[in-house]
Design a protein around this ligand. Sequence first.
Ligand code: ATP
Ligand code: LTN
Length: 334
Amino acid sequence: MKRVLSGITPSGDFTLGNYLGALRHWVSFQEDHDAFYCVVDLHALTTDIDPVVLRRNSLDAALNLLAVGLDPRRCTIFVQSHVPEHTRLTWLLECTATMGELRRMTQFKEKSHGQETVRAGLFTYPVLMAADILLYRADAVPVGEDQRQHLELARELALRFNNRYGETFTVPEAAVPGAAARVMDLQHPERKMSKSVESPLGTIGLLDPAEAITRKVRKAVTDTDGEVRYDRAAKPGLANLLDLLAGATDRTPQEVAKGYTRYGDLKHDVAEALSELLRPVRERRMALEDDLPYVDTVLAEGAAAAHEVAAPTYAKAADALGLLPLPSLARDED
Ligand code: ATP
Ligand code: LTN
């Protein structure tokens, strides 16, 4: 069975963008892949965090992963910091990556832009992400469009390491969805819908009730020419709505556009389709709400299963680089 791995940052309430761009594909992959899904709490430390909020967000993220339909009997759900090999491999890969290639990362440029001080961790963020992926020898990585460049870097680091030190890592492929791979903010359609950017009317939450979805879609920014056609550059707000309906109904945005002459009708159908799409997630989440002992069990079992795969990969990489094996392990072999 091919293996997939992906991660999500516990940096706030999950959005419709997370769902359409990533999470619902994670659910499909668990059916026919050996799937590993990770709450990347160490990545959350690259911005200003409140420890109390981070703790809550990490549990919330795990609950949401269960609510979208991930089944711990079919996939491994775990927290990044519970598997120490993630940080250990990061160092080995930081000694493989170059400053130049990290400086070219657009997410780094965007997130560091205008900041007085920039955390070193924000700069090396993509290396930690590469370690997440390479530790599990993942064949594919289901992510939204915005993560393509990071995936490219992970591939490049795997290839470089393998060339220099011998075949160690699987070179992963990005699995970016065809529709709704980049959901835009409803009020600012030039920027990505994002869980860490405050935009109450522009962001649809994974757990929003139907009334909230309808209100936000009705108020979504469009344009004044009144013609329904798919043109991302000239009509970004409308194109986003078409993308959303296409994503929710498994069609292309061009096909969707053919069915409408009025913005109001399109908005009505977008709101309905999204409400229907998210309703079961919300219901499952409400049913799970207080079952923290269950979540703890899922995460404990997930960490153990993840460690089983990650530890030998790390050991192989360390050995390839010439690091001595742990003396206790060496003794065991005698
Ligand atoms: P942050 O605001 O903290 O950067 P985010 O909302 O961008 O968070 P991530 O945790 O970085 O979300 O991403 C989790 C997954 O969701 C990734 O695969 C990412 O590509 C995908 N994703 C995030 N936002 C969108 C979006 N607007 N459209 C499509 N996919 C998205
Ligand atoms: N950087 C990713 C989150 C992430 C990830 C990963 C995704 C961290 N590690 C490994 C896929 C595989 C983001 O979406 N911001």
